[in-house]
Ligand binder design. Structure first.
Ligand SMILES: O=C(O)C1=C[C@@H](OP(=O)(O)O)[C@@H](O)[C@H](O)C1
Ligand SMILES: C=C(OP(=O)(O)O)C(=O)O
Length: 445
């Protein structure tokens, strides 16, 4: 889980067109939340389409360590028997969160209002990421912390029950911070309120309601206000997890870039708080057509038909950033092949993901021959106008910094290069998309 495995380098080279039909694995955000909420509902929650990536498996292991029974059936359906809100058990050892920020921050919220203490550890990437953003509101609720200098892992959290309900305005646009406070509020008497000046992904709100929590969402002075009534009782659910738009993004960009491609990606989640990349790519001239729009597990879903397209650079409105926050690395790849300049800004949050994604993508794309300017809060990309990138020099790999999205984005850049792109380590891809390399082979066969 903590990436002690030796690095696995791989060179990604130009392929034939991407054609046929593929399905990407389940949504990572929804998968984490299905396990967490299932573990808090008394009775059996059944989950189909769960993402079986390392990050989600870290969440499953943590929920087991706190008393839930979680098992995968031979039919691929996961079954979770929960302990009930307020009844999480004291875990016997540290919770290894691997590479997963979502597991860490959401679980910190969950345990903060339980009378247990929990040690969180993670890999080198996760141990550099800021946890102060959740320590602050959870401290206001009464939890206490012993963290490494700078508020990073390893960290010990001493939860409290009863915790104090708070009214908290999010200082950063982060669904993880919002969700941590909402999950802490589940076992806190009274009403815990979050004010969200910039809307972020709303899976927690949708799913908490689905599990029977009393949650109100309104607007005050143009800001979203979410109130959860505590000491909730959650009811077990049957959940179907839609395909992850953040995983589909790599195949959408690949099909746009590789001449002759015409690819159908089925069952892609299109929650408006997640799907902005597809709108930006359409603005750039990308042929992305939605087919069979429907609802799956309370989320909008469609099949996406994507055809090779000539792309034109755009200025990306920073207001859409939260709705495509994980998709910027692959957007930078698309922009590198577009006609003209693409400008992005307002992306400070990208510096505190699994890697500093602005610096890592600027360095990786430059090594592959793209023309990139790195600014404090974004990249400016001067595209080739459709010509393939030169690719990376022989035996020099782009550095992925234990970041799955850098590895997958640069794999896609390799498909649109003359000499291929060498990725220094493909092992992090298994955190969110274990079937990525196989599916790429299938689509380009
Ligand atoms: O809530 C979630 O499931 C996530 C929220 C986002 O993080 P932030 O809340 O830090 O923006 C995103 O980058 C991450 O991949 C998943
Ligand atoms: C930022 C990401 O995940 P997390 O914060 O869960 O590590 C991601 O998947 O791109």
């Amino acid at each position: 889980m903590s990436h002690s495995n030796p690095p696995r380098p791989k060179r990604f080279s130009a392929t034939g067109p991407l054609t046929g039909r593929i399905a990407v694995p389940g949504d990572k955000s929804i998968s984490h939340r299905s396990l967490m909420l299932g573990a808090l509902a008394v009775g059996e929650t059944r989950i189909s389409g769960l993402l079986e990536g390392e990050d989600v498996l870290a969440t499953a292991a943590a929920m087991r360590a706190m008393g839930a029974s979680i098992a995968r059936g031979d039919d691929g359906i996961w079954s979770v028997n929960g302990v009930g809100v307020g009844s999480l058990l004291q875990p016997q050892g540290a919770l290894d969160m691997g590479n997963s920020g979502t597991s860490t921050r959401l679980l910190m919220g969950l345990v903060a209002s339980h009378p247990i203490h929990t040690v969180f550890t993670g890999d080198a990437s996760l141990s550099g990421r800021p946890m102060g953003r959740v320590i602050e509101p959870l401290s206001l609720m009464g939890a206490s912390f012993e963290a490494s200098t700078g508020g990073t892992l390893p960290l010990m959290l001493r939860g409290i029950s009863p915790a104090v309900p708070i009214r908290y305005r999010l200082p950063v646009a982060s669904a993880q911070v919002k969700s941590a406070v909402l999950l802490a509020g589940l076992n806190t008497a009274g009403i815990t309120t979050i004010i969200e000046p910039v809307p972020t992904r709303d899976h927690s709100e949708r799913m908490l309601r689905g599990f029977g929590a009393n949650l109100e969402v309104g607007m005050e002075n143009g800001e979203r206000v979410i109130a959860i009534h505590g000491e909730a009782e959650l009811r077990p659910q049957t959940i179907t997890v839609p395909g992850d738009p953040s995983s589909a993004a790599f195949f959408v960009v690949a099909a746009l870039l590789v001449p002759g491609s015409d690819l159908l990606i089925t069952n892609v989640g299109l929650n408006p708080t997640r799907a902005a990349l597809f709108d930006v790519l359409r603005d750039m001239g990308g042929k992305i057509e939605e087919q069979k729009r429907r609802e799956v597990g309370g989320e909008p879903v469609a099949d996406l038909r994507v055809r090779h397209s000539a792309l034109t650079g755009v200025e990306v409105d920073p207001a859409v950033a939260p709705a495509m926050i994980d998709e910027f690395p692959v957007l930078f790849v698309a922009a590198s092949l577009a006609q003209g300049t693409t400008t992005t800004s307002g992306l400070d949050e990208l510096r505190v993901k699994e890697s500093d994604r602005l610096a890592a993508m600027a360095a990786a794309l430059q090594l592959a021959g793209a023309n990139i300017e790195e600014r404090e809060d974004g990249l400016v990309i001067h595209g080739t106008g459709g010509d393939a990138l030169p690719g990376t020099p022989r035996d020099t790999g782009v550095v992925t910094h234990l970041d799955h999205r850098i590895a997958m984005s640069m794999a896609i850049a390799g498909l649109a290069s003359r000499n291929g792109v060498e990725v220094d380590d493909t092992t992090p891809i298994a955190t969110s998309f274990p079937t990525f390399i196989t599916l790429l082979g299938d689509a380009a066969a």
